[in-house]
Design a protein around this ligand. Structure first.
Ligand code: PLP
Length: 371
């Protein structure tokens, strides 16, 4: 049996371990200088005034919607193709999703479909996703939102380090939400953050994550019913040492992605569509597309790869068709044809810093063999 090739491997080194241990030994585990320092670095990296760290990106999305005033009786225009957190956050806020079909070549929210949705439906926010770390068409989506005077919230869970036209993911909308789950470029175990230029929104987020405490009051003052969704100090310290490596990690991902592109060129499997500029894709995942005729056999293909010791998987989820959403909305295959096609054909191949050219060749050989 040849060596197993993992789907994703976090890049954790001695500096990361030492940072966590240093904080553990300090006795200051929560609500100290580490979270504040991590937030300051994130804000600077994204090019916004504020970053608010929370326990994960799901909380970041949920709190952002609540802080934007989204709640019961509202609708949110949301991307179809994503990890279910995106639509779950809409439901958790009390609002209902209105799905916007995907661009058939990228899986990102299609601005033309968004314009149609905004013409016939009043929405309280628009929530696109930078799918697999490839930025959505933010120029066109921003124009749609501005024309309709609707706030845009970016699900940038996978897109830390990506930028389009010199503007970072997470800085285009009223707010951007990031994840530091181990499958993303940098990790704090679980972790997330909201980035925004809006000081009032940042204050509301700080209240919501911390029991409703007014962050500016001299004496404790609980001004609303908040949650407790704070990141710990040792996670934030890990976030700091991980951020030190971000450029290197993104470069390694792009390099490995380019190798897959070369290995797949001229085969039946289509590499992911290139971003309009290299900076706009950080390859949180490398997701290729099977020929349409092979899509019905995708589960067999993935099972074959697993038998050969290769952890490949599907791309992400067709949110309108996940069980609870389909039950609530009545959505069926055919309602979002571009997403039907993108989701059925997607395969995510192993990608991490340190994957070797030999391992990548084995992944592609095995994949093509299975077809
Ligand atoms: C990972 C991910 C999330 C959820 O992030 P968590 O930090 O695990 O809560 C949300 N949206 C997208 C697009 C993701 O990929």
């Amino acid at each position: 049996m040849s060596e197993r090739i993992r789907l994703a491997v976090p890049s954790i080194d001695d500096a990361d371990c030492e940072a966590v241990v240093r904080v553990l030994r300090s006795g200051m585990l929560v609500q100290g200088a580490e979270v504040a320092a991590f937030e300051a670095r994130l804000a600077e990296l994204v090019g916004v005034a504020h970053a608010v760290a929370v326990v994960n990106c799901t909380a970041a999305l949920h709190l952002s919607l609540v802080a934007l005033g989204v709640g019961p009786g509202h609708r949110v225009a949301v991307a179809t193709y994503s990890w279910p957190s995106t639509v779950n956050a809409v439901y958790l806020s009390g609002a209902e999703p209105v799905f916007v079909d995907a661009d058939p070549t990228t899986g990102n929210m299609d601005p033309a479909r968004l314009r149609e949705v905004l013409e016939r439906t009043e929405v309280a926010a628009v929530l696109p996703v930078h799918t697999f770390g490839r930025m959505a068409d933010m120029v066109a989506l921003t124009r749609c939102c501005d024309d309709a005077s609707v706030p845009l919230l970016e699900d940038a869970a996978c897109a830390l380090g990506a930028s389009l036209g010199g503007r970072a993911a997470g800085s285009w909308g009223r707010a951007g939400c990031f994840s530091f789950h181990p499958r993303k470029a940098i990790t704090t175990g679980e972790g997330g953050a909201v980035t925004t230029d809006d000081a009032a929104l940042a204050d509301r987020l700080r209240r919501l994550r911390n029991h409703g405490l007014d962050p500016h009051a001299a004496a404790p003052d609980f001004v609303e019913a908040g949650y407790n969704l704070r990141l710990t100090e040792f996670q934030a310290a890990l976030g700091g040492t991980q951020l030190d490596k971000l450029d290197r990690l993104v470069a390694a991902r792009r390099e490995a992605a380019a190798r897959y592109d070369t290995l797949l060129s001229g085969t039946a499997v289509t590499p992911p569509r290139l971003a309009p500029e290299p900076s706009a894709h950080v390859y949180q995942s490398y997701v290729a597309s099977l020929p349409a005729a092979a899509a019905p056999r995708r589960a067999e293909v993935l099972a074959h790869l697993r038998e050969q010791g290769i952890e490949a998987t599907i791309g992400t989820y067709h949110q309108p068709l996940i069980t609870h959403v389909a039950a609530r909305t009545g959505h069926r295959p055919g309602d979002f044809p571009a997403t039907d096609d993108v989701a059925a054909r997607a395969v995510s191949l192993p990608l991490f810093e340190g994957i070797s050219p030999g391992q990548q060749a084995r992944v592609v050989d095995t994949l093509l063999g299975a077809l």
